[in-house]
Design a protein around this ligand. Structure first.
Ligand SMILES: O=C(O)CCC(=O)C(=O)O
Ligand SMILES: [Fe+2]
Length: 328
């Protein structure tokens, strides 16, 4: 983002948010926040300095002629779903369509899309298929800094660098990931709305066996407070990242990501790291550890019952009137 504070005309949501701090890479608070597992927008890291010249023409000329994962959405929302869980979940309607396109095919769709019509979003891991110049740009990332952060904070292995190319107005609805993430913005502006892992009860994620596992069921544009009453209490954090900014997005933090309307397409690259070793367990458990434990218990119950139809009643019998305030 520009040095001076840019102001954006942002859509309003029915919950309060605080600003995520923006700190220079040399500010000692930056590393303190990363070590504490708190989000921070890091400026002047140079993490993707060597890619700041990327645009659609350059990428088209150099990214290679393979196929790229592109999602198509009818309603600007790109809600992730797990293809492997689709068949086990009857009546599931895919929230977006998965296409495999060459880069020029994607660019054509992006450039000819009409307002209010289908939108596209390229989401492809950077891999060996790319041309020499992109390899050189990739090698020019500030690996020394990001690898030092990985070591200092005992993150596990780097799993992938996902290249994201979105149209203005695209929305990735609220979800959490099970990896640490340095999210680097290259072109355009993205608004991030984050929620601490302790807001789990307000976010109502789909069951773990559902294809939309880890995604909130709440529609931020039209929250159903009857089904999701605690969403009324949710408190968030937000920021807008622009070219050169890096957001540290800690594991299990909820995030909704919006390519700002009227600011052109967006280009970003993620640096996803596996969780580090667990270490000594300290009580009380953190909200992150509790989310992880709930996931494991849910998965165990699913496996043991071996029938998704039986899960809701089983869970309710275990909890309602026993662990809920009367009247249940
Ligand atoms: O940029 C986006 O649209 C989504 C990014 C995201 O969810 C992530 O990096 O974890
Ligand atoms: Fe994510």
């Amino acid at each position: 983002m520009a040095k001076e504070k840019k102001t954006f005309d942002l859509k309003e949501y029915p919950f309060p948010t605080e600003e995520i701090p923006r700190l220079n890479i040399d500010n000692p608070e930056t590393e303190k926040r990363i070590a504490a597992g708190l989000p921070v927008v890091i400026t002047d890291s140079g993490l993707v300095r060597s890619a700041l010249h990327w645009d659609l023409d350059y990428l088209q000329g150099n990214i290679g002629d393979g196929k790229f994962t592109v999602y198509k959405s009818k309603n600007k929302k790109f809600q992730y779903f797990d293809d492997k869980k689709v068949d086990t979940f009857k009546d599931f309607e895919k929230p977006m369509e998965h296409l495999d396109l060459t880069f020029p095919e994607f660019v054509k769709k992006l450039k000819t899309a009409k307002p209010g019509k289908d939108k596209v979003y390229l989401q492809q891991a950077l891999n060996e298929g790319v041309g020499k110049r992109i390899v050189a740009d990739f090698l020019g990332f500030n690996w020394s800094w990001v690898t030092e952060q990985q070591k200092k904070n005992k993150f596990g292995a780097l799993t992938s660098n996902l290249l994201l190319i979105g149209m203005e107005g695209n929305v990735t609805p609220a979800h959490y990931d099970e990896q640490e993430n340095f999210f680097a913005q290259i072109r355009g502006y993205k608004r991030f709305i984050l929620f601490h892992p302790d807001q789990f009860k307000c976010m109502y994620p789909y069951p773990t066996y559902h294809p939309c596992d880890r995604q909130s069921q709440v529609d931020f544009d039209n929250p159903d407070y009857k089904r999701f009453p605690k969403f009324k209490d949710v408190k968030g954090y937000e920021t807008v990242v622009g070219p050169g900014d890096v957001l540290f997005l800690p594991m299990y933090w909820w995030h909704q990501v919006e390519s700002l309307p009227d600011h052109g397409h967006t280009i970003s690259v993620t640096f996803w790291y596996k969780a580090g070793p667990i270490g000594n367990v300290v009580y009380p458990l953190s909200p992150q550890q509790k989310v992880s434990m709930m996931r494991n218990l849910e998965k165990m119950i699913h496996q043991a019952l071996n029938n998704t139809d039986e899960i809701p009643e089983f869970m309710q019998n275990m909890v309602l009137g026993r662990y809920t305030d009367p009247p249940a």
